[in-house]
Design a protein. Structure first.
Length: 95
């Protein structure tokens, strides 16, 4: 399923990912939490801008797909980050 999602849904997300990040003022040094990251289109775009990203998804298959594409500033987890406090991120994204 992740490969089908990556083929069908990810291109749609990519159409607005950079605009959404620009509107949210995401850039270098920012910390972003991407909840429901899927295959990580938005997470990877934020990482490209220099943001430190924590990408989460309930689907381990999606996380596995994203981990094959990650950049050094993008961490992935298949579970809710229990120790995360609001002051630790500059913004969050969920679809």
């Amino acid at each position: 399923m992740p490969s089908a999602y990556d083929t069908m849904a990810a291109p749609f997300t990519a159409l607005f990912a950079h605009d959404a990040l620009r509107l949210a003022n995401v850039g270098a040094g920012q910390r972003v939490l991407d909840v429901g990251t899927g295959t990580g289109v938005l997470s990877l775009a934020a990482a490209t801008l220099g943001a430190e990203v924590l990408a989460t998804d309930v689907s381990q298959g999606m996380i596995d797909c994203l981990e094959g594409k990650t950049r050094p500033t993008c961490r992935c987890t298949g579970r809710r980050p229990r120790s995360l406090r609001p002051a630790q991120v500059n913004g969050g994204v969920s679809r």
